[in-house]
Design a protein. Structure first.
Ligand SMILES: *[C@@H]1O[C@H](CO)[C@@H](O)[C@H](O)[C@H]1NC(C)=O
Ligand SMILES: *[C@@H]1O[C@H](CO)[C@@H](O)[C@H](O)[C@H]1NC(C)=O
Ligand SMILES: *[C@@H]1O[C@H](CO)[C@@H](O)[C@H](O)[C@H]1NC(C)=O
Ligand SMILES: *[C@@H]1O[C@H](CO)[C@@H](O)[C@H](O)[C@H]1NC(C)=O
Ligand SMILES: [Zn+2]
Length: 508
């Protein structure tokens, strides 16, 4: 107790000394939280869809719309017999067996199964390695043949080509797999003329069929989706550099042709076509907020999942990490959180590493940092009468992480060398309920400024904001009464220093 109050006084003192500006040294020109820059949609479209088209131009296979193998004249979306879709198994999932080309490396296979994971998490589709099934996808890798698929199940072993050079990107793989599930291009829908204008003047006669509308598509009663992974890009089949062939109406600036992954409506369409009733939400903007409020008695046993997937270019040196902050959190307590709980995973699968394990009860100021661009939140309830709610927001940082082991070290990037400029990091330390966190700053050297506006470290615990620090310190011990701690580290574009090194340990 004595130690607690001593440290609280020490922290309070630092707060008074450093927390309040005495004099502004430089004018602040609207510096705010910095979000990572993302690729512009135009760059993205040029890069991705045109990559499919470019590859496919050389393909000997007869392809419609660039990447659809023609077998017979039929619309898979409007399949009267239902025989063009994959059958549902007794457990409610839809098994789509596949085989890999022997040419694929271990890494190629990992990329393909990673893309399949999003279907597993968000839909009832399960791509499974083929054992003896009659109908299956043959994932082939014919070079110079492009990325293409048949639409729907055609019977027997059906080829789906993913060339190693250029097709093994998540959004492209998901696009071709969606064709095999029965989906046409979004911009081929019967109602597309109300949403996009085709600029035929920039499409060569021989390419016209690729941009024709399918008059009898089954649109599943779901809205047109500019954000679909099945939508073609703005410049598809253009014969005039820089001139768009597909232009959204009335706002031409709406983004189309994304290949980051399935959209919310792509997910909804798959689940509707295959008649699967799942509680799934995708959050795919760079930042956002969401909430959940389950009224007692309106629940049956089961899970809801929220997948946060911020835009991130595969292979890019930019490495965004998702940060989730709970603004309110109440999950009705039960022994070991058995009946109702929230679990947060570091990735897009319930088999990904766990960041927050089976949490319930009231949690305050809880933040969680993923190691990359996606994070999965699961709410589970056993269906008994209980009240559960939360509200949360998310964004991203360039560095940081979630620390849940009983002791550890947090250092600024590159420590003891100089930290990089223009950085935003968040570390969150989460101890079990009832624990305290003891943090010792072993060394601390940041650019100094009167109100710590340039480079700074802030510390807040679950009871609130504690302080903003910059400049130089010797060793600084602090004990926090709350069971979670958030450290944010910001650096501006000038003057880098050694940074900080802190160790922490939980105390029960
Ligand atoms: C798109 O619609 C046109 C016109 O009906 C049709 O020829 C083409 O096959 C359709 N594409 C697909 C993938 O169904
Ligand atoms: C589209 O974007 C351009 C460039 O940013 C802008 O000048 C134009 O007003 C925008 N059009 C609409 C309809 O928002
Ligand atoms: C369900 O719980 C609420 C409050 O948690 C309570 O008011 C209500 O009576 C309960 N209903 C049943 C059927 O147990
Ligand atoms: C941080 O400080 C601790 C304790 O002095 C030390 O053991 C550790 O090696 C340091 N970490 C780095 C990266 O310098
Ligand atoms: Zn396609």
């Amino acid at each position: 107790m004595a130690l607690v109050s001593k440290v609280v006084i020490l922290v309070a003192l630092l707060h008074v000394t450093l927390g309040f500006p005495i004099l502004m040294r430089r004018a602040e020109e609207g510096r705010r939280w910095i979000y990572l820059p993302f690729y512009s949609q135009a760059e993205d479209e040029k890069m991705i869809f045109n990559k499919i088209l470019r590859l496919n131009r050389e393909s000997p296979q007869k392809l419609s719309e660039g990447d659809i193998a023609l077998r017979s004249i039929r619309s898979a979306w409007n399949c009267p017999t239902g025989n063009c879709f994959w059958p549902k198994s007794s457990d409610g999932t839809v098994h789509v067996p596949y085989t890999f080309s022997l040419v694929y490396s271990v890494d190629d296979r990992a990329r393909i199964t990673a893309a399949m994971q999003e279907f597993t998490t968000m839909t009832c589709i399960r791509f499974i390695p083929r054992t003896a099934e009659t109908n299956f996808l043959q994932l082939t890798s014919s070079p110079r043949s492009g990325c293409w698929s048949y639409i729907g199940k055609i019977g027997g072993g059906q080829a789906l080509n993913l060339e190693q050079q250029g097709c093994l990107e998540k959004g492209i793989i998901e696009h071709e797999l969606s064709h095999a599930l029965g989906f046409i291009h979004e911009n081929n829908r019967s109602d597309r003329d109300a949403y996009v204008k085709i600029q035929w003047q920039y499409v060569s006669e021989s390419d016209h069929y690729n941009l024709n509308r399918q008059t009898d598509s089954n649109n599943l009663g779901l809205p047109y989706d500019y954000n679909s992974v099945m939508h073609m890009g703005r410049y598809s089949y253009t014969n005039t550099a820089g001139m768009a062939t597909i232009v959204p109406i009335p706002d031409p600036n709406i983004s189309i042709g994304q290949r980051y992954g399935l959209s919310n409506l792509d997910i909804a369409k798959i689940n509707k076509l295959y008649n699967c009733n799942l509680c799934r939400t995708l959050l795919s903007e760079p930042t956002g907020r969401f909430s959940f409020n389950l009224s007692p008695s309106r629940w049956t046993r089961g899970s809801c999942l929220w997948l946060i997937r911020i835009p991130s270019e595969q292979g890019s040196s930019k490495h965004p990490q998702v940060v989730l902050k709970f603004n309110t959190f109440y999950i009705q307590p039960s022994p070991s959180c058995f009946s109702n709980y929230i679990t947060v995973y570091d990735g897009d699968s319930r088999t990904s590493p766990v960041l927050l394990a089976r949490a319930c009860a009231v949690r305050q100021a809880l933040a969680i940092v993923a190691s990359s661009y996606h994070m999965l939140l699961e709410f589970f309830s056993d269906g008994r009468n209980a009240s559960n709610y939360f509200s949360a927001s998310y964004n991203s940082v360039n560095c940081g992480g979630t620390l849940t082991s009983t002791k550890g070290v947090v250092t600024s990037p590159n420590f003891p060398s100089e930290y990089p400029p223009s950085l935003d990091c968040i570390w969150t330390i989460i101890a079990p309920l009832g624990n305290k966190i003891y943090l010792r700053m072993n060394s601390f050297e940041l650019e100094d400024s009167d109100d710590c506006t340039y480079d700074y470290l802030t510390i807040s615990d679950s009871d609130g904001f504690l302080g903003k620090y910059c400049g130089y310190y010797g060793m600084l011990p602090m004990l926090f009464s709350g069971n979670s701690l958030i450290l944010t580290f910001h650096t501006d574009e000038f003057l880098e220093f050694q940074g900080f090194n802190a160790t922490y340990i939980f105390q029960s």
